[in-house]
Design a protein around this ligand. Structure first.
Ligand code: ATP
Length: 943
């Protein structure tokens, strides 16, 4: 630990600390000074283990065993005098390597970019105002604000702590959170865990709020000192990638076995040993789908990029696959289903209802009782309520230049529009709405805080559902509390009724709760307000001591309109067989009203409250879970039970969360989703998906993309494997029939390079089929070859192989041939194989038939196929290339044969699919009964 005048950081007073670090303990560093320090000190980052360098990545492309064998065989053929062959094969190997390199490099780069997107940020005060900066831009001297759920962004010396506890297990191994203090500790040698006034990079704030000054950044921090030990490797491979890797191994063995058979059969039938060896190795290289893992990664990475455009940031790649299987989405209400733009529209004070006028954040409006204006100054209850609203508040209400300019606008309409949009809120929107309310009564937080300076805060937490501040006033002290009314009433002993403080009798309590219920029925989010004087000798150390014997003042109801796009998203979910469940801390009636408005709660759908949940055991919950659409007034720990119950019922659950206590549920969900704007660092770290805009519609977009990505992976697996089966079979059949080789080694390698490269990649970015979101979610256990994919691969592969062989035999005029006639027949077979694959690639776009999709929709695919065709024509017609690829130009008659032979597989299978699917459809309509309790079932999939 750095020492200033013989003292350690934890021993210094606030002033000593500020002067030692050249900063201001109130206003922080100036932005210019912070920028200068950042240049001098470098970023606040732990140096990461380097990923694979591009050169290494390139070299890796040639490490494949079969590629090495091919290279060896080529060198031998070069030495034996087949120089041209050898050079061409080497060129193809290098080109293949370059393609593989670009695929992998691109995949790695996009993964890295993704990681940066979810980099942490920090709340800091610079030049007197609060700004959120990327954590890596923090410098020593920066003033940092912490709140529950934050990861501490650098090593800090705390100068303020409000009930702040930090969990330092990552550093000290101690999992019990440490209660933090701000005062200097006068003991020079202290172990890390005992430096209670310090916060360390990478540790986690579990409760309360704090303010600290950065003393150390990056590798200089305590975490930096042990960085090498703790660098974790995030799981980067998806289950599908792992399964494909295993499949790849099986395919290698299969391809090798078939190759051996081909070579042996060829040799037994009198083919030259060396020629057969080279053909065998080429065939093995072509048949092994070495490009598969890279293309899967690219499809995933590109899909993830598309998701970012739709405001969903993937943190863990495996979740992309799981997204397509989601059968339930559990969503928070506030901010995700609703806009989180609150406006107080109604009050209930001392037994009277008041309506509040005005719109947006502009603090201008009136209080109306039965249509007659009420003056806040002359109404004790109203004055008290707005006072508490402003004092028990951490938000800021400010007007930017736009708003001030608006005053100068000509027309009233112009002015009004600009003025209201010129007001904005920093901090919690609920509290922002309360500042606007206070503003309408003529009160503001800064002016009130000058009269009632804050002594202490008991921060809001989702468990207590309230917040309190202790303020001093004219020598005395006052507790001001606001929170969920149904819980707050239990902490009150008196009520401000018609201007007088009277005991809070049962009858009055019932009246308050009825008023609360009435507001909730109108979908209002309701907060209650209370206060009391603190006796001089009384201790207010804990919330329990402070929030007791309060005087209840009144209620404020605020609207929070639903997000418009959510209506459609919920319909989309229903069509896609995904159930939407609302989980909220808000009041049951409010939640129910909003859920009905949004279409989440169907007729007969149930609403459960946190209290109901607490009274149930897991078995009882499991019985109800499928019928419950709304969980209200829940605490974060209930969320975990809900996730687990749904999972026990066989659902794949997506669950949103923001607060620190949501993290366990988010982690336990199959797809944990954190809020990008309001979410805490801890929840984000536990999540696999972060919503950049906190919007429910973005979850649905991500599910849609997830489904599309999975289908695209299936498309190119189908394409690659069917092509490979075709390649192997044409050689295999020829050797079994004691025929000459239908393709020479270079042609096989060429086919592998040209058809497997670009067209396969283009399939990876194919558009989704139009009914993608009208199908049921896929089962998480589904095999990649399910839904007849395996059959499609084998049937297309066999047909491609047979048709190519047929074209070869027809041109050869029999089963034997040599010289010019053989070269001609090989050229026809080569063109047929290539064309059959290029036609088949369009077939792969649809799970039904080639006729089902618009042909030119995927421009990349059209371009890829055109370029492959051009290369085919070049190999056939450019004279210098003919001896290299052992080809001759084809005649029109040849082309007619090529087209017919190449088109047959797709044509036959297309007709078969159309016929098969109409038969299946007939059968399904006869057998499947539609609908269920919530109408929440998708239509059966016709394939
Ligand atoms: P969701 O879980 O859908 O985001 P929510 O935002 O309504 O719902 P919480 O933020 O946990 O859930 O709020 C629960 C209740 O706590 C609210 O209904 C309100 O009465 C009270 N509350 C919310 N914010 C504050 C606050 N800043 N201070 C005091 N009480 C609050």
């Amino acid at each position: 630990m750095t020492v200033v005048e013989g003292k350690a950081w934890h021993q210094l007073t606030e002033n000593e600390l500020a002067s030692a670090l050249g900063t201001d303990a109130k206003g922080g560093l100036s932005p210019e000074e912070a920028a200068r320090r950042l240049r001098d000190r470098g970023p606040n980052e732990l140096s990461e283990r380097q990923g694979e360098s591009p050169i290494k990545l390139f070299i890796n492309q040639f490490k494949d065993f079969m590629v090495l064998v091919l290279a060896g065989a080529t060198v031998i053929s070069g030495l034996l005098g087949e120089m041209l062959d050898a050079l061409t094969i080497i060129a193809i190997i290098v080109l293949n390597g370059v393609l593989g390199f670009f695929q992998e490099y691109r995949a790695e780069k996009s993964l890295k970019a993704l990681k940066e997107l979810s980099a942490p940020s920090a709340k800091t005060i610079r030049g007197g105002s609060m700004v959120v900066v990327p954590a890596k831009e923090l410098v020593p001297g920066d003033l940092v604000l912490l709140e529950s759920g934050d990861r501490v962004p650098a090593d800090l010396r705390l100068i303020e702590s409000n009930q702040c506890t930090i969990e330092e297990a990552a550093l000290t191994g101690e999992s019990v959170p440490v209660v933090k203090t701000a005062a200097p500790i006068d003991s020079p040698e202290l172990p890390l865990g005992d430096r209670k006034n310090c916060g360390y990079l990478g540790t986690m704030v579990t409760r309360g709020t704090a303010k600290g000054i950065v003393v150390m950044t990056g590798m200089g921090t305590e975490m930096g000192k042990i960085a090498g030990l703790i660098q974790q490797t995030e799981e980067a491979e998806t289950p599908l990638q792992r399964r494909l890797e295993q499949l790849g191994k099986i395919l290698i063995v299969l391809a090798l076995a078939l190759t051996v058979v081909v070579v042996l059969a060829g040799v037994l039938h009198g083919q030259p040993v060396y020629g057969m060896f080279l053909a065998g190795v080429s065939l093995a290289v072509a048949a092994i789908p070495e490009g598969l893992p890279a293309i899967v990664t690219i499809a995933l990475a590109l899909g993830v990029q598309r998701m970012i455009k739709r405001r969903a940031i993937v943190r863990k790649l495996p979740s992309v696959e799981t997204l397509g299987c989601a059968s339930v989405i559990c969503s928070d209400k506030t901010g995700t289903l609703t806009q989180n733009k609150m406006t107080v529209t109604r009050l209930w004070v001392g037994g009277r209802r008041l309506d509040v006028t005005g719109e947006g954040y502009e603090p201008i409006g009136q209080f109306l009782a039965n249509g007659r204006a009420v003056e806040a100054k002359s109404d004790a209850g109203l004055r008290r309520l707005t006072q508490i609203a402003a004092l028990c508040n951490n938000a800021e209400l400010a007007q930017d230049e736009r708003g001030e300019d608006a005053r100068k606008k000509k027309t009233a309409k112009e002015s009004e529009a600009a003025a209201s949009s010129g007001w904005n809120v920093k901090g919690d929107p609920t509290e922002g709405a309360l500042l606007v309310l206070a503003g309408k009564s003529g009160a503001s937080r800064p002016s009130l805080e000058a009269l009632y300076p804050r002594v202490k805060e008991f921060p809001f937490d989702a468990e207590r559902k309230r917040m309190s501040v202790l303020v001093s006033h004219q020598g005395g002290k006052l507790i001001c509390t606001k929170g969920a009314p149904d819980l707050l009433v239990d902490r009150c002993a008196y009520v401000l009724w018609e201007g007088n403080v009277v005991p809070f009798t049962g009858t009055l309590k019932t009246k308050v709760l009825q008023a609360n219920e009435a507001m909730a029925q109108d979908a209002l989010r309701v907060l209650g307000f209370a206060y009391r004087d603190v006796r001089s000798h009384e201790s207010c150390e804990s919330e329990d001591q402070a929030e007791n014997g309060l005087i209840f003042v009144g209620l404020a109801g605020m609207i929070d309109p639903p997000r418009r796009e959510v209506f459609d998203a919920i319909v989309k979910c229903r069509q896609a067989g995904i159930k939407t469940v609302m989980i909220t801390g808000d009041h049951r009636t409010t939640a129910e009203a909003i859920a009905r408005e949004l279409g989440i709660l169907p007729k007969g759908g149930r609403v459960l409250s946190g209290a109901d949940l607490s009274a149930m055991d897991d078995g009882e919950l499991d019985k109800l879970a499928d019928d419950v659409y709304v969980y209200a007034r829940v605490s974060p720990e209930h969320k975990l039970r809900i996730v687990q119950s749904l999972q026990r019922k066989g659902h794949v659950v997506a669950m949103t969360g923001d607060g620190v206590n949501d993290a366990p549920a988010v982690k336990a969900a199959d797809i944990g989703i954190a809020m990008g704007i309001t979410g805490t660092d801890v929840t984000k770290e536990a999540s696999s998906l972060v919503l950049a805009d906190d919007n429910f519609a973005s979850i649905v977009a991500a599910v849609e993309e997830g489904r599309g990505i999975y289908e695209n992976i299936r498309k190119f697996i189908r394409y690659l494997l069917a092509s490979n089966v075709g390649e192997i079979l044409v050689m295999f059949f020829a050797m079994l029939l004691a025929m000459p080789l239908p393709l020479v080694p270079i042609q096989i390698l060429w086919v592998n390079l040209v058809t497997d490269g670009l067209p396969a990649m283009a399939l990876g970015v194919d558009q989704a089929e139009s009914d993608l979101m009208r199908q049921k979610p896929r089962s998480a256990k589904e095999n990649i070859f399910a839904r007849r994919l395996g059959w499609k691969i084998i049937s297309r592969g066999v047909l491609i192989g047979l048709c190519t062989l047929a074209a070869f035999v027809l041109t050869l005029g029999g089963l034997k041939g040599e010289g010019a006639q053989l070269v001609h027949a090989q050229s026809v077979a080569f063109a047929t194989l290539v064309l059959a694959q290029l036609i088949h690639v369009f077939d792969c776009r649809s799970s039904r038939s080639i006729f089902h999709r618009r042909f030119f929709e995927n421009k990349f695919l059209v371009l890829a196929v055109l370029s492959s065709l051009l290369l085919l024509l070049a190999v056939l017609y450019v004279e210098p290339l003919q001896p290299v690829f052992k080809t001759v130009p084809l005649t029109l008659r040849d082309w007619a044969l090529v087209f017919v032979a190449a088109g047959i597989p797709t044509f036959l299978m297309g007709i078969g699919s159309v016929w098969g699917s109409s038969r299946r459809r007939r059968r399904t309509t006869n057998r499947i009964s539609y609908g269920s309790s919530g109408g929440n079932r998708a239509r059966p999939i016709a394939r």
